[in-house]
Each structure stands twice: as structure tokens, then as C-alpha cells.
Design a protein around this ligand. Structure first.
Ligand code: FES
Length: 152
């Protein structure tokens, strides 16, 4: 596989000895034991696998290991801890914004990146930001409520 790929994941430097065309989601879930990102469509369309790459939301099912070489990846696990949740995680829990919960990784990671750019959004801007994150249960109203609460 050539030289290992070095990247930073949740603040820790990792060296991964896998082909560079391996999709990031497999590296995170199978090799690094980070199960926050969920596999939904595998086509970059549903958002369940979202992570942050240098702070920008990206779909880890279509991003390759090559793309993240030398960069900083943050997964859901890197946001907060059980005793100190990230404010967006806390807002989603307070709003009970889950039914099956499968989409929530993507909803939360996308929200974190969005609020970093736009800390005081309108409801319309929130709707637009999460437009391409799919939820099959239909909890969008609670999700919107959670994001507006997180924005404070
Ligand atoms: Fe990556 Fe659907 S699993 S966008």
C-alpha cells in the first residue's frame, strides 16, 4: 500500500496503512473504531456519514483517504464527552430531536459546521443548511428547533 497516510483524527495524529483510495468512512469505522459516522447511501446524498475536515462538513462515504492526508478530521466522538456535551449535542437531546437516530450524526456535524459560519441563523437558513441531510422518520421540526436552540 506504499507509505502510510498520516492524518489527525479528533486531535490525535494517526498513521493509516491502507490504500489511498479507501473511503474515509471505512477507515474511521473499521480501523479507528469511530462509529459516529453512519453508512446510509454510500453515494454522498443522505449525509449520515458527515464528518468535519478542517472544520468543513464533508461526506466520508465519498471522501478518500488521499484527500485527508495531512488534514484534520473531526467525528461526532471528537465534539464532546458524556460529561461535557457539545452545545449542539445538548440541544438535540433537549429537543428530543431523534426518532431512530440514524441521521443524527449528519445533522449534528452539519449543524456544528454551519453555526461556526453563521452563529445567528434564521429558520430559513437552518432549513437550507440541512436541506441535503435526509431523515426518513420525519423529525425535521424537532431538528430545526434543536438547531435554533443551539444557536441561542
Ligand atoms: Fe454518505 Fe449517505 S452515507 S452521504
Amino acid at each position: 500500500t506504499g507509505e502510510p497516510v498520516v492524518l489527525t483524527v479528533n486531535g490525535t495524529t494517526c498513521s493509516v496503512d491502507l490504500p489511498r483510495d479507501t473511503k474515509l468512512i471505512y477507515v474511521l469505522r473499521n480501523d479507528l473504531g469511530l462509529n459516529g459516522p453512519k453508512f446510509g447511501c454510500g453515494l454522498g446524498e443522505c449525509g449520515a456519514c458527515t464528518v468535519l475536515i478542517d472544520g468543513v462538513a464533508a461526506r466520508s462515504c465519498v471522501v478518500t483517504l488521499r484527500t485527508v492526508e495531512g488534514r484534520s478530521v473531526t467525528t461526532l466522538e471528537g465534539l464532546g464527552e458524556l460529561t461535557a456535551l457539545h452545545p449542539v449535542q445538548a440541544a438535540f437531546i433537549a429537543a428530543q430531536a431523534a426518532q431512530c437516530g440514524y441521521c443524527l450524526n449528519g445533522m449534528i456535524m452539519t449543524t456544528v459546521a454551519f453555526l461556526a459560519r453563521n452563529p445567528a441563523p434564521t429558520l430559513e437558513q437552518v432549513r437550507e443548511a440541512l436541506r441535503y441531510n435526509l431523515c426518513r422518520c420525519g423529525t425535521h421540526v424537532e431538528i430545526m428547533r434543536a438547531v435554533m436552540a443551539a444557536a441561542g
